[in-house]
Design a protein around this ligand. Structure first.
Ligand code: ATP
Ligand code: MG
Length: 383
């Protein structure tokens, strides 16, 4: 039998990016080697600051082409003080250009504990934090961030600045469909909490109307509730389990709420993210209607120049991003769960003397590669 082949473009990036990506690549290679029905072809490309240094631009044409042809992209992080605000070309420009070229309109950031043993690392009280399982789904290329704006200091009205928020029915519909498919990646399906400010904003009233109608017509089986953004932001710290499920939001609200909810599960180093150009793939690749959904997967943290090169970065956010890549882009739910379970078992395991394996950000002294190796060993037990 010929194996089904999937292409994964790997962009290690800058700072701790290459260190954490190396561990996630080992995990994906192990998944590929263990399968008799599919293979993952991983290839690395220059991107970000390192590409500026070697090729003069953050997103070289060959890197863009490889990303456009790939089934999914795994990225570390880009940027650093070497290419700061005064530089003529900056790594972040490459990231914006890549997002735009791929049409990545759906940003997914799950906030949940990689292991219950981490609940004490949360800034929230254990009884409030435990069981939190929120997937923030943020519309990424519309709204205030992409509307027309006018800076102060520009004639004729120098003392006035403005930004416009525009959403079309179509933009709201397509992100709602992503929310529905995301909700259906779980069994039973997740509840959808749609966030808006419909008591004030016209865009929010359209948002509420289109979300309600789209789900009623196309996914009547899904549970939907509407939350005003102000009360949702209180709930995230006061009673976050009430928002378990998919938190469906427009761009600005999503930016704020995804950062707020990412604080709950402890370290920045633990959390993955996905940015998709369509609804996640939920069918198996053996089914006739199967199609991959290209996406960009990266940990939520930055390039962390303060700890780069020391081998102490936590690779778990990137390893869990690799799990999301398999789940959402390629529809490989089983290996995705195997990776998540391996991470959980390594974090849960109590060593003789009562300590747990932890990287420095979580108060331990395990190195990036040691953590990666332990997770790889645990994964291999179940593959
Ligand atoms: P960016 O602008 O690129 O998002 P940032 O200023 O938000 O960067 P990060 O690079 O995410 O910052 O780092 C914030 C802090 O968290 C730093 O002190 C960094 O060392 C720490 N940190 C980030 N990622 C990790 C990780 N994977 N493991 C351990 N510590 C991390
Ligand atoms: Mg940041």
């Amino acid at each position: 039998m010929t194996k089904k082949s999937f292409r994964i473009a790997v962009l290690p990036g800058d700072g701790i990016g290459p260190e954490v990506v190396a561990e996630a690549v080992k995990i994906l290679k192990a998944v590929s080697e263990a399968s008799t029905s599919f293979e993952l072809k991983l290839e690395s490309y220059p991107f970000g600051g390192n590409a500026i240094d070697s090729l003069g631009e953050p997103l070289p044409a060959a890197t863009l082409k490889a990303c456009q042809e790939a089934d999914a992209i795994l990225m570390g992080s880009v940027g650093g003080p070497k290419w700061g605000v005064d530089s003529p070309v900056r790594p972040e420009q490459g990231l914006l250009a890549l997002r735009k070229a791929l049409g990545l309109y759906a940003n997914i950031r799950p906030a949940k504990f990689a292991s219950d043993s981490l609940i004490s690392a949360s800034p929230l009280k254990p009884e409030i934090a435990q069981g939190v399982d929120i997937i923030v789904l943020r519309e990424l290329i519309g709204g205030l961030y992409f509307g027309e704006r006018k800076e102060a200091g520009v004639a004729p009205n120098e003392d006035v600045a403005w930004d416009t928020m525009i959403y079309s029915v179509e933009e709201i519909k397509r992100i709602t469909r992503v929310a529905a498919k995301l909700a259906m990646t779980a069994n039973p399906p997740l509840e959808i909490h749609s966030i808006d400010k419909a008591n004030v904003l016209a865009c929010s009233r359209l948002w509420r109307k289109v979300v309600t109608e789209t789900l009623k017509e196309e996914y009547p089986q899904l549970k939907l509730d509407h939350q005003l953004v102000d009360s949702a932001s209180m709930l995230i710290v006061a009673n976050p389990r009430k928002l378990n499920g998919v938190l469906l939001t427009e761009n600005l609200f999503g930016d704020i709420l995804s950062d707020e909810s990412s604080v709950i599960p402890g370290s920045l180093g633990l959390l993955p993210s996905a940015s998709l150009s369509g609804a996640p793939t939920i069918s198996d690749f053996s089914s006739p209607d199967f199609k991959t959904t290209p996406g960009l997967y990266e940990p939520i943290h930055g390039s962390a120049p303060d700890i780069a090169g020391q081998g102490i970065a936590n690779p778990i956010g990137t390893i869990l991003s690799a799990a999301l890549l398999l789940r959402y882009s390629i529809g490989l739910e089983k290996p995705a769960q195997a990776i998540e379970s391996a991470v959980r078992r390594v974090l849960d395991e109590e060593k003789a003397g009562g300590f747990h394996l932890r990287t420095k950000d979580l108060g331990g002294n395990v190195s990036t590669t040691q953590m990666g190796e332990k997770i790889l060993e645990a994964l291999k037990e179940t593959l």
